[in-house]
Write a protein that binds this ligand. Sequence first.
Ligand SMILES: Nc1ncnc2c1ncn2[C@@H]1O[C@H](COP(=O)(O)OP(=O)(O)OP(=O)(O)O)[C@@H](O)[C@H]1O
Ligand SMILES: [Mg+2]
Length: 659
Amino acid sequence: MSKEVLFEKLCINNSSYRRLRDYEQNVGSQIVDQLSNHYRFVVPTNDWIDELEIFTNRVYNKYKGTIYMKKTKNLIYLFKRSWKISKGLIFIAALKSIFFGLQPLINIVGLGIVIDSLITKLPLSDVINYILIFVGVNLAFSIIGDILDLIDVILQRKTSDVMQMEYMEDCVNINYHYVQDKSILDLKKKSMSAHPAFFLRDISKFSSYIIQFAGIVFIFSLLSVYFLIAIFITSFFNVVLVFAKRKKEFNFKNECVEDEQRIEYIFNVMTGYRFAKEIRINNAGALLKGKYHNVMKNILSKFKRFCNKLTLINTTNTIITVIQTFIMYAYFSYLVFDNKITIAEYTVLLGATALLTNILISFFDNIASINQTIKYTDLYREYKNDIKMRSGISLSNQNKKIDIDMDNYIVVFENVSFVYPNTKKIVLDNLNLEIRKGDRIGLVGLNGSGKTTLIKLLTRLYNPTKGKITLNGIDIKDIPLKQYSDYIGIVLQDFYLFAYTIKENIVFNKPFNQEKFEFSIEKSGLLNFIDSLENKEETYLYKEISKDGLELSGGNGQKLAIARVMYKDSDFLVFDEPTSSLDPIAEYDMFWQLYNIAKDKTSLFISHRLSSTKFCDKIIVLDNGKMIEYGTHEELMERKGLYHELFSIQANQYLKEGS
Ligand SMILES: Nc1ncnc2c1ncn2[C@@H]1O[C@H](COP(=O)(O)OP(=O)(O)OP(=O)(O)O)[C@@H](O)[C@H]1O
Ligand SMILES: [Mg+2]
């Protein structure tokens, strides 16, 4: 497919072609380039069309409707999201806006009344009464304000927890294919600034400013409407400046996203226990520090430029505000001299002016901040849309089950080819393969020949780029993931143990069955070891969670990963180098245990120790992603191909060392 045809496809559904063309100049062309580059190597597949649709959808969402329509939609979306996350937060925001809006107005008018009562020489008791009412109301407002603030802080914390959970769930649900997709990681980072709690805090401030503004307008309108109009006109400059400032902030934040990801990585590596050994052995601290300084230098130079612009904007804003204030003071003083207003009114007007100045500085800043959150909401929606479209594997048909005859099944690889995302190398090349119920298959080949990749496809971490894998004729893509993952148990080559108890690492959240548990730890060779521990299977691993956490030896870690799969008790077992860390005795024992357990099941063994895979019913030899040999050990030895060569080298090595 040519670049032009691809681009034409991209433009379908888009109402604003010209805008899309502009967009294409930037992001579009990069993606189209990537896509057409890829096409040179692989025949078009469904994944490509998916990718295309995601992109088209993104562009379409970005450009449909006017900017104001979009802003309004995002604003409504933000309210809905806030309502969904915390209704209490909206309620508190509404109360806060009323209380914080009224308090300064009450202060201004209250002071005016007290001064007026003094000037008009009311009895002292009346004056004291006014003061008491004034102070009492103020106190009540302050106490209520403090309580509202307190509830607000707690609810904000809760909101952040809900949001964090949402992001974590997204990471778990997104198809494995995209876990490290840089464009999604970037978008995720940016979208985090669309925080409903901050938005509501801004909206609450906004409403209180409106209340204060209404009060001030009322006070000033008693004087002169022209005066009011003059204030509105001069505040125009403040608006422009504040918006310019926010735009600079938004751009600066976006510019730094990549740098910040780098810093986060270096921080995690330098402070993480997992990397500590490697850093010390290789003296990698200096390298990391150097990288950190480079990124910091970059951020700092951007930050300096940003600060310079910001200072210029702030200073201009302050000068304009000071001039505005001076004019108002001068005008009011003139009115007093001219006997047009009383001293009490003068005090009220000065108070109102001070409040107005305050509002002029903060109000538009507040609007700009809301505007910024709306912009981030746009990114958040884009992120959510991407996540939704890229979580198809995990989320589709979650609770459904389809009928599969598990007593008599066949897994078939039909012309399967695979290329990792954003790479060009064909890692699996037109594989055809059948695995029947009860088969014990050995998978061997040199490093990088594609063995682990093959099981990544079998376990649906990735979809084949070309061809398909079927189970009893059903494309495994169409089997509900939960059902499918119950069916396959796998010990990964790079398995991971969690910093929780041994039991949790084996059982996870499946129902606990003592008998099954003991069987698993016995067969994996961990029974005596776990028995010797003070807290037995309740012992924590590593130190992240528990200070007494256990640091397992490499071999015991591998046994634990095997116990995990035994407890899962799936029908199809896959072992990717399951014994690479075991001592010779443990390895020998483990292989026989695994063979016995796999007797009534289907199994796939990957191992570089060919003496272990020798006993498999069938052995597949992979070379550069191609299946070059297939048969029993005896058949393959007779063929005198790669398998024969590898086996002989290993066998001779042992014989030589033994003699
Ligand atoms: N996530 C990935 N992204 C891009 N390329 C990858 C990725 N994982 C593996 N590869 C590449 O795919 C090829 C096959 O890797 P794979 O891990 O399947 O080999 P293997 O046969 O399991 O090797 P080994 O015996 O060393 O475990 C290699 O060239 C590797 O560099
Ligand atoms: Mg491997």
